[in-house]
Design a protein around this ligand. Structure first.
Ligand SMILES: O=P(O)(O)OC[C@H]1O[C@@H](O)[C@H](O)[C@@H]1O
Length: 150
């Protein structure tokens, strides 16, 4: 899978680790920055990863921050993005199965690196369930369109 990834200063070290892990798993990883632990603003990084996804350059996006909270807010401002902040495998399966998330947000200050790898692996392999959840995603998309018009 082609995956765009980005992190702010808090997520930089985890990004380095996950990029190696994903590459070893056979994925193609497009590292969109940042490239050090120097303090940076996360919203432009989030927007970049999300646009890689919405423009079709990447199938999925992964964004890493400290808590992941700001990143989740920022990513979900981009039309067509369904970003999920996942701290455990249960919510990861919900994020994919129910929400068809196309961006995964991880909290580098909360997760052990090996748990982050488990979450990413589960997120990449859990299919969307469709059915009632497809109807709800249509309702969310309608909210997005309505908000864009007003
Ligand atoms: O590290 P500072 O700049 O204090 O805060 C940035 C963090 O605030 C959170 O929303 C994000 O997860 C981001 O990583």
């Amino acid at each position: 899978m082609r995956i765009a990834i980005a992190a702010d200063h808090n997520g930089y070290a985890l990004k380095v680790r996950l990029t190696s892990w994903l590459t070893a798993q056979g994925h193609t990883v497009d590292d969109r920055g940042s490239h050090s632990e120097d303090t940076v603003d996360y919203p432009p990084l989030c927007a970049d990863v999300c646009r890689q996804v919405t423009e079709g350059h990447a199938e999925r996006g992964i964004v890493l921050g400290g808590s992941g909270l700001g990143e989740t807010v920022a990513c979900n401002k981009i039309r067509g993005i369904r970003a999920g902040l996942c701290h455990d495998l249960w919510s990861t399966r919900i994020s994919r199965g129910n929400n068809d998330s196309n961006v995964l947000v991880l909290a580098a200050k909360i997760l052990a690196p090996e748990d982050a790898e488990d979450i990413v692996g589960t997120w990449l392999t859990t299919p969307f369930k469709g059915g009632v959840h497809a109807r709800r995603l249509e309702q969310i998309a309608a909210l997005e369109e309505e908000s864009a018009r007003t």
